[in-house]
Ligand binder design. Structure first.
Ligand code: MN
Length: 494
């Protein structure tokens, strides 16, 4: 995963020649000061590059082309310091292919009541300059982020910083190769989808590799490498001496090393596997998938390439943030008289970045797949606000569905559960959340994250130009159903 510090967002300021050289010099000076302050902000993880003041169609077209062509640049921030007649922006915006944030800010903050004159007004006219620009972007039907507020405001900087994280996730999507090891779990519907359409829409490539291609790497792993990784397991996790001595743990370690080598060799950022295609493998990868996810790889089980890709992008967005991000599945309900909850888990592969408390490395039989007993990391996740997000192929479009939840501490220990788990209380409650999720055709596999929130996915859906549906505190079933109907019409028209 590329460090976010290596990415740039370009700060471009719109103006015009009407005001004379003196004003334009001030505009340039102000822009540089703002860009430098944003670059230094702890809330913005990427570099903010000052790219000057543009005052003509040619200049605007040129800078938009440069944004497209500079590999390190993941998006453009546009600010209208003064009035920038927006017909000048048409040709540039028409070719701009990277995400854009319109920072609707102003150099000055509060009005200097006793001193304000017309020169001041002309130098601080973002209020209407930003509207002229906004009209043109809307007239071109271009998605973009609009951030409003003074540039010294922490909240604005956070919004811009989070948008830059999403732009990095979007950039990562363009360059992602997903290895689909084996095909889909037989007869499962939601994990299927149009991979050609996905590549056209999202940029990432999904191709299939036979399990034998991974087995070839697994078989090349030396005993010494295996023992070294077993030592790492015993250093990092709670482990019994019985497990530590076992052949199963060594087989799991060998699978992790082989799988990791396979992914590195192919330049893959995400992968899927399926328990129905494990010829030549002793076990379904358990601890391997968990630890690879913790290192930033996208993963989802049963051939679910869409969720795997979304786990990867989410991990790019979440870099350096607290909370963790994992592949997840709604597993079991806790129906109660008051607030019912969901126990999320999978048969093995939950990412330990969401763990709180001890992480145990255990070996247990796996009920399905007919293979040997795999090692896995067992833990419970921390409490706090989180989201579940799923990406479905609805036939004529991709739908991104987000449910806001509160992760809660389990009431009791789960001594017999041999897998990692999270207990959550979905918003607005389980009954409405599950009803609307099911009406929306939401998948059983999700990305679960405590590091990123709904806003990230909203910005992401805008960048990808796909449908977004959110189930949150305000969700009402009837209006949600209307929303589904309206979207059905909208996406047939556009
Ligand atoms: Mn599953």
């Amino acid at each position: 995963m590329t460090d976010l510090k290596n990415f740039e967002i370009w700060f471009v300021t719109g103006s015009q020649h009407l005001y004379g050289e003196e004003t334009l010099k001030n505009v340039a000076r102000h822009t540089e000061e703002i860009a430098k302050a944003l670059d230094a902000s702890e809330h913005i993880p990427v570099q903010v590059k000052y790219k000057g003041v543009v005052t003509t169609s040619d200049q605007i077209f040129k800078v938009c082309e440069q944004v497209n062509n500079e590999p390190k640049c993941i998006g453009m921030v546009a600010w209208m310091h003064t009035f920038s007649p927006a017909k000048m922006w048409i040709s540039g915006l028409q070719v701009l292919r990277k995400p854009m944030a319109h920072f609707h800010t102003q150099f000055n903050d509060e009005i200097p009541w006793s001193e304000i004159d017309m020169d001041f007004m002309n130098e601080n006219q973002s209020a209407h300059g930003g509207r002229e620009f906004g009209f043109m972007v809307s007239r071109l039907r271009k998605n973009r982020k609009v951030i409003v507020g003074h540039w010294k405001n922490e909240e604005c900087r956070k919004q811009l910083g989070n948008w830059s994280r999403v732009a990095a996730g979007w950039h990562a999507f363009q360059n992602l190769k997903v290895a689909r090891i084996g095909d889909n779990m037989r007869n499962v519907a939601v994990t299927e989808g149009d991979k050609v359409e996905a590549q056209m829409r999202f940029g990432f490539q999904v191709n299939t590799w036979g399990i034998g291609d991974v087995v070839a790497f697994v078989n090349q792993v030396s005993d010494a490498e295996v023992e070294k990784l077993v030592k790492t397991y015993s250093d990092e996790y709670e482990i019994t001496s019985e497990v530590l001595k076992s052949q199963s743990l060594r087989d799991s370690a060998r699978i992790e090393l082989g799988l990791r080598a396979f992914l590195e060799d192919g330049g893959f950022g995400a992968f899927t596997d399926t328990f129905e295609d494990l010829h030549g493998m002793k076990q379904l990868p358990g601890i391997a998938a968990q630890r690879l996810m913790a290192d930033g790889y996208g993963f989802a089980g049963e051939g679910d390439w869409k969720t795997s890709a979304l786990v990867y992008a989410s991990k790019v967005m979440a870099q350096g943030l607290k909370g963790g991000t994992s592949f997840m599945e709604d597993y079991t309900y806790d129906f109660r008289k008051d607030r019912s909850r969901v126990l999320g888990s999978h048969m093995l592969e939950i990412c330990p970045t969401i763990a709180e408390g001890s992480v145990r490395c255990e070996v247990h039989p796996l009920g399905i797949g007919g293979k040997e007993d795999p090692a896995r990391l067992v833990f419970t996740a921390g409490a706090g606000p989180a989201v579940n997000a799923a990406l479905m192929d609805m036939g004529n479009r991709f739908r991104l569905l987000v449910n806001e939840v509160d992760a809660v501490k389990p009431d009791q220990e789960l001594p017999k559960l041999p897998v990692a788990s999270v207990l959550w209380d979905p918003k607005p409650n389980l009954e409405i959340a599950a009803q609307t999720w099911i009406l929306a055709g939401g998948a059983h596999h999700t990305v679960y994250s405590r590091a990123i929130n709904t806003q990230f996915f909203e910005d992401f859906a805008d960048m990808a130009d796909i449908e977004l549906l959110v189930i949150d505190e305000d969700t009402k079933v009837r209006s949600f159903k209307d929303n589904l109907r309206w979207n059905e019409v909208y996406y047939h028209l556009f």
